[in-house]
Write a protein that binds this ligand. Structure first.
Ligand SMILES: Cc1cc2nc3c(=O)[nH]c(=O)nc-3n(C[C@H](O)[C@H](O)[C@H](O)COP(=O)(O)OP(=O)(O)OC[C@H]3O[C@@H](n4cnc5c(N)ncnc54)[C@H](O)[C@@H]3O)c2cc1C
Length: 332
């Protein structure tokens, strides 16, 4: 069984127990709605794909990447560009698939068409456009909204179960990865783009004369206690109170959380432009009519440092002292 020859781009989405990985929908959208969903619980996972229009299901109990690459290589041989979400399984499978199929690998794309892929490097400071003139395997970073996919009904085809597959011999892939345990990512260190819950800090969280870095450490501790990651606005990162890898926005990280709690953030277009479409937004701000509060499900009109302090207290977060005045004045 091979994929139809008319497929210029096909998304390959590896699923476990019916769970889609982060970035699955964006990848399928970027592939124009064509997807091969492979792994365990493929039918349930495909049902969660909003962007799928032509979907093939390949049920397998094991997604060990070397064996999976060997099993998929003949199935995908006619597809020009194989696109995978840069999820843990996608990142494991893509290079093995590229080696097994003898194709180029373009890792960490933010946009792609059948003939051109845009990659970013050096924490997004460098954008590279790579012309694609042959078959390729590409991974797409999550948190980048793809082009709108074609509307219409979804056509689902179940493929006959493939053999177990043996990792390609002679190319350094004779061994295969073994799944020992699946651990949930640590919210405090997870790549912000992959965080499901984010607590963000803005200029309004740092009153003049306070130590901005200590305030942001407290914010990160409170976020950790809530099982969330800490993010910030550019005002905060420019002031050096938090690293640039935590900046959310058009010139920062594009995120896609389910919950976003914004402390003292105005909601400038450049900030919310990188926010994706969170299901729930909470804004703590003294200004009830600022854009962040207007887009929030819950607007708390109050002093953000005071609310954070109460929250820290209730959660038993001692954190670093965030109330020591210092020489430097704040930016907001
Ligand atoms: C080319 C360009 C690219 C940019 N890229 C980004 C980007 O990627 N990410 C980004 O975030 N920004 C970016 N910016 C900056 C952006 O335009 C805004 O300036 C920035 O997002 C504002 O950050 P802020 O909300 O923390 O500060 P402010 O806009 O100053 O807002 C502070 C908020 O705190 C509230 N406040 C004040 N005191 C309190 C208090 N005690 N309690 C509660 N609330 C209080 C105020 O009402 C206000 O709403 C970019 C700008 C440019 C020009």
């Amino acid at each position: 069984m091979t994929m139809p020859a008319d497929l210029a781009v096909l998304a390959v989405v590896v699923v476990r127990d019916g769970q889609l990985p982060l970035g699955a929908d964006e990848t399928v959208t970027e592939a124009g709605g064509a997807a091969l969903v492979v792994g365990s619980g493929t039918r349930a996972a495909a049902g969660e794909l909003d962007s799928g229009r032509r979907v093939w299901l390949l049920e397998r109990s094991s997604v060990a990447p070397g064996a999976l690459a060997a099993a998929l290589a003949p199935v995908l041989s006619g597809v020009g560009m194989v696109l995978l979400p840069a999820s843990p399984d996608g990142r494991d499978l893509a290079p093995r698939l590229a080696v097994t199929m003898g194709r180029a690998l373009l890792a960490g794309a933010v946009r792609c068409t059948p003939h051109e892929v845009e990659l970013t490097r050096l924490d997004d400071r460098l954008a590279l456009r790579v012309a694609v003139d042959g078959p390729a395997v590409v991974t797409l970073r999550p948190g980048r909204p793809g082009r709108a996919g074609p509307a219409g009904r979804t056509e689902v085809t179940e493929l006959p179960a493939a053999g177990p597959g043996t990792p390609a011999a002679g190319r350094g892939t004779e061994w295969d990865a073994e799944n020992v345990e699946v651990l949930q990512p640590e919210p405090s260190t997870v790549d912000l783009a992959e965080a499901r819950r984010i607590v963000g800090g803005g200029a309004g969280l740092v009153p003049a004369g306070t130590d901005g870095e200590a305030v942001m450490r407290l914010l990160a501790d409170v976020a950790g206690a809530l099982g969330a990651s800490a993010g910030a606005t550019r005002v905060v990162t420019d002031a050096g109170w938090m690293g640039y890898d935590r900046q959310i926005g058009t010139t920062g990280v594009a995120v896609s959380p389910e919950l976003y709690v914004a402390f003292g953030i105005s909601g400038a277009a450049q900030h919310v432009g990188g926010l994706g479409e969170p299901a729930h937004v909470v804004s703590v701000n003294t200004d009830p009519s600022c854009p962040m509060t207007l887009m929030a499900d819950l607007g708390i009109v109050a002093d953000a440092p005071a609310v954070l302090a109460v929250l820290a207290d209730r959660l038993g977060v001692t954190g670093a002292a965030a109330d020591q005045p210092e020489e430097a004045s704040h930016a907001g």
